[in-house]
Design a protein around this ligand. Sequence first.
Ligand code: PHE
Length: 345
Amino acid sequence: LRAKYLTRVNEAGDEAALEEVRLAAIGKKGEVALEMRKLGQMTPEERQTEGPRLNALKDEITGAIAAKKMALEDAALDARLSEEWLDVTLPARRGPRGVADGSVHPVSQVWEECTAIFADMGFAVAEGPQVETDWYNFDALNIPDHHPARGEMDTFYMHRAAGDDRPPHVLRTHTSPVQIRSMQAQGAPLRIICPGRVYRADYDQTHTPMFHQIEGLAIDKNISMANLKWVLEEFFSAYFGKSVKTRFRASHFPFTEPSAEVDIQCSFEGGTVKVGEGDGWLEVLGSGMVHPKVLEAGGIDPSQWQGFAFGMGIDRIAMLKYGIPDLRAFFDSDLRWLRHYGFSA
Ligand code: PHE
């Protein structure tokens, strides 16, 4: 009996087979149980030897079954582990472009292009907060309280609860506050650009409440409008890949003196804008010589240093270069639009 059942336990291939052996051997109607029932008809002497022997056999089979059960479980786990093994170092599968592996948004693309061109001309990238104090966004830029320019900017003001004694904050309406922050952080001489998000409460085909600007600032001894014009023409020619004429129109910004709006040469035939040809002009940025009061606000001595500054719309020049007609679509996150105008990563 012992040899028979120990062999069967050993040969059981899975838990179901093992359970069958258990029932056949030590179940209520199993062979060992039947043998035990026979004890009743035995003489006391026989019972004294047979009883313990059967109990020991039952224990031995129980132990063997438990051991086999553990071995079967281990084997099952090993099998699962080797089957479900996953190579986490494999590269991801590539889906259709613009869905699984994403595409580069035109704004990001142009942001990078601009940064690279200005970097070649020696401009470092600076950053500032998008939630800005009204001092950096306005006062330091020579736009005091009640100045009409504050009203014209369609500013988003941050709500302040009663008792909040922090200075008033706004969503920055332009990247110009980074001029002040860079002057304070680095002093003169200085050559930086600042690409970033800006906010104004405005919405139509050419305006969205969030858009992107790139600020430029160069401060040194003997900087002039001629340097500004050279840098901008150099930039536009590199960006559009052909020589682009610029036109400076006298203008007014509180933070520059003199100030100029800059147009680039283009043609408007058949409703499409082509840059670098024809005799039309399109306004693309504001610029000028940094106002002495602005240098002072940034901690720089205007009797020693001069600078030029400009602010340009990134989205605007992205639309021009890639023939995108409606600014609002930039921020709709429509996959078909992203697939059409996006760049492969
Ligand atoms: N900050 C101005 C604007 O947003 C642009 C500008 C920047 C003008 C720097 C002059 C100098 O319209």
